[in-house]
Ligand binder design. Structure first.
Ligand code: DGJ
Length: 731
């Protein structure tokens, strides 16, 4: 049993294989947090609720003259604004009389096997045998707000998934000014750090670790999508936690819009963490009987360091978040024409590239931006999802047939959420954009953002995408988004509801995606936003893979993919071999190294293969065969980081995949700079069976030796050299 309520202590006990989570209905019906950490046997943990009188930390009226009972000091499960808890709050409600106070008390709870869907939102899923859910209902008797706190426990993955539903049971309207998904109070004795993943376009998810200090540290997005700049996945950990040891807590937001992740170290050395939709320009009005469902946060605890934490995320996502046919089968090796041609292509050029690629074993040809409307550069055409027959002279269906004839699947690019002023769509419906009345708006990449909160916009996009996808044998769609939201105003909502637009935009996006995958369940979707600007667990529910970054340089990718791997499985990371000098930074790297790095992702190519030399084509052919033979090991195996890619002057980056039964492993190594006159590099493998013997090249070593003593790596000369070593159990 993963969830249990002890009637006598009035404590809720949630347990996964390695963690425990405990809370208590306390005095006056307040719900207090007791513990989250390493699994312990059940015991009454109420001793942790120390009632300490602190000046300037007030007391609820019911506490009478007791100055020791303060919501500003006690650890709470879902903190609210305005009732004497001055720490960062999860909920802020404007009542009909203008007051901002909410006061929540326990009302009831229910425990059930399985997990219900979240209406209109992406969410983890599981059978009754795999997940159990607790819903605790709190209520404010004065303003009539009901709050359902939901906790779903996937024991096997040490995951506790939280979401919150806010229901107005009163006769009057309420306005949510802040409605975060979760609050977590730690009264732990350890010094803690926060790890965030910051970045920019073409340099996403750079790991940054910093100790907590008194006050608040936050990351988030007000860009309308999760963004390149901060990822909605953060880790709290002990100061001494490393890859294989120490406590850490991951929090991943299953949402693709604005977010806030904030941690506060308070006067009592307690830590509060909150996560949810950002409250900047957020407000949501709830009339009588209406409700607001927050997206969910996936919390995972590991007492064995970051590897275990990442591993739980990887396995959970692969089985309980990603959906569709491509969840479990190998994704096709693709070639994309973007960096090969940019906008300058026609059907013949595309077929030329596809022909060469098919000879080398590539399985899917993706036609990127530029095939529709009058799109010959990024100034025009977005919104006009009609094939440009000046470029695709033979028509889409024929082009697709020609590609299929080469033995390859065919895929296509869309950027549905956007419109250029120079487009038929904009000329017909200039009012379909997000735009503040009487203002000129904000262009970005020469485009405006469609108001995805409007039904007619979603219907138009669905109808256009449907027509294209039905018109040819299309088996893959790349879903791009190349600017952030600004001038966020919807003409269809009254002034007092404009704070809902950001969220309604995301709901519109999800609705459109859901309609498409329901109608075309066999199409593989790849998410994208100028590379990895919307790489989040929300998108993974619809698109099993996401283009990791517009930066295809193998060496920069080492850091980008390293950071991404903390929260997301490698088979979700779009990764391609591209041309050299690299188009983003001009770096020259050996073709084999580009292959090794792209193989730590979905693997594909993004260059004009027809311009490659015979020798290079030979290398590509070999890479494809290599990837095919390791594809399952890479996609389904256990992933280990063997070095820290963010270390200053990092000399090499290495990682490893181990098969579930430990009979096989693949080590990948990229040397950034050669080391002159160095004795040797010894690398310790991870995750092997210490009792098994493994054949490593021509030698045999025990798992114990490889993991504890290590393997001597060959000395490589030159920058950016790399190799892979595949080992197998020796019977
Ligand atoms: C941004 C994407 O990340 C690129 O791969 C490419 O599809 C361009 N957009 C096309 O405009």
């Amino acid at each position: 049993m993963a969830i249990y309520f002890n009637e006598s202590t009035r404590q809720f006990i949630l347990r996964t294989d390695s963690s425990s989570y405990q809370m208590q209905i306390g005095k006056f019906g307040y719900l207090f947090h007791l513990y989250y950490g390493k699994r312990v046997e059940e015991m009454d943990l109420s001793y942790l609720l120390r009632e300490v009188g602190r000046a300037f930390s007030g007391n609820p009226y019911e506490a009478g003259m007791d100055r020791n009972f303060s919501l500003d000091v006690l650890p709470q499960e879902y903190s609210t604004f305005g009732n004497g808890d001055y720490r960062t709050s999860a909920l802020m409600v404007k009542n009909v009389d203008g007051s901002m106070e909410t006061d929540l008390r326990y009302q009831s709870h229910r425990i059930y096997k399985g997990k219900e869907k979240l209406k209109g939102l992406p969410a983890t899923y599981g059978e009754e045998t795999e997940v159990e859910t607790l819903v605790i209902t709190l209520e404010d008797k004065v303003n009539g707000l009901q709050v359902d706190l939901s906790y779903s426990v996937f024991e096997k993955y040490d995951a506790i998934i939280r979401s919150t539903k806010l229901i107005n049971t009163s006769e009057q309207s309420l306005t949510l000014e802040r409605a975060l998904t979760m609050c977590m109070d730690y009264s732990c004795p350890d010094k803690m750090d926060i790890i965030t993943f910051y970045g920019r376009h073409a340099m996403e998810r750079q790991l940054e670790r910093t100790p907590l200090r008194h006050g608040k540290i936050s990351v988030g997005s007000v860009r309308g999508c999760s963004s390149h700049h901060y990822n909605p996945m953060v880790i709290l950990c002990n100061h001494d936690t490393g890859e294989d040891y120490g406590a850490c807590y991951g929090f991943s937001f299953v949402y693709s819009g604005n977010f806030l992740a904030e941690v506060e170290l308070d006067q009592s050395e307690q830590v509060r963490f909150v996560m949810g939709i950002a409250d900047e320009n957020f407000s949501f009005s709830l009339k009588k009987g209406e409700s607001f469902q927050t997206p969910e946060v996936i919390g995972i605890y590991s007492s064995e360091g970051f590897h275990k934490l990442s591993s739980c995320y990887h396995h959970l996502y692969r089985k309980h978040l990603i959906r569709g046919k491509y969840r479990d089968i190998r994704r096709p090796i693709l070639i994309n024409n973007w960096e090969a041609t940019y906008f300058d292509f026609d059907d013949e050029k595309l077929i030329g590239i596809a022909k060469e690629a098919s000879k080398l074993g590539v399985e899917l040809f993706v036609m990127d931006d530029g095939w529709f409307g009058k799109r010959n550069d990024d100034l025009t055409g977005l919104g006009d999802w009609i094939v440009n027959t000046e470029k695709i002279k033979c028509g889409l269906s024929k082009l697709c047939e020609s590609i299929n004839h080469l033995g390859m699947k065919f895929g296509i690019w869309f950027e549905p959420e956007m419109v250029n002023e120079d487009s038929d769509l904009y000329r017909a419906h200039p009012d379909w954009c997000l735009k503040t009345p009487s203002r000129m708006g904000n262009r970005s990449r020469y485009q405006f953002v469609l108001d995805m909160s409007r039904k007619e916009v979603i219907d138009y996009l669905y109808e256009r995408i449907y027509a294209i996808l039905k018109s040819a044998n299309i088996e893959y769609v790349k879903w791009d988004m190349n600017r952030h939201l600004a001038n966020v105003y919807s003409r269809t909502l009254p002034p007092e509801r404009q704070g809902e637009v950001y969220h309604r935009y995301v709901l519109g996006l999800y609705e459109l995606l859901e309609r498409i995958i329901t109608e075309f369940p066999d199409i593989l979707l790849e998410g994208c936003s100028g590379g990895g600007g919307r790489f989040d667990a929300g998108m993974l529910y619809y698109t099993p893979q996401i283009w990791c970054s517009d930066n295809t340089d193998a060496i920069d990718r080492l850091k980008i993919q390293y950071g991404t791997s903390f929260g997301y499985p490698v088979n979700t990371m779009g990764a391609h071999v591209s041309a050299c000098p690299n188009h983003q930074n001009g770096r020259i790297t050996p073709l084999p190294t580009r292959g090794v790095v792209a193989m730590a992702g979905t693997f594909g190519y993004e260059l004009d293969i027809s311009k490659m030399t015979e020798e290079e084509k030979g290398i590509v052919k070999e890479q494809i065969e290599t990837f095919k033979s390791y594809a399952d090991l890479i996609a389904q195996g256990e992933y280990y980081r063997l070095s820290n890619a963010m270390e200053e002057n990092v000399f090499y980056v290495a990682w490893e995949f181990v098969k579930e039964d430990k009979t096989e492993a693949l080590l990948s190594y990229v040397q950034i700079h050669p080391q002159t006159n160095l004795l040797y590099v010894r690398i310790r493998w991870k995750g092997l069976d210490p009792r098994k013997n493994y054949k490593v090249e021509k030698e045999v070593y025990s798992g114990e030796v490889l993991m504890n003593i290590g393997y001597l790596l060959p000395v490589l000369q030159g920058d950016y050299r790399s190799f892979q070593i595949h080992i197998q159990e020796q019977a």
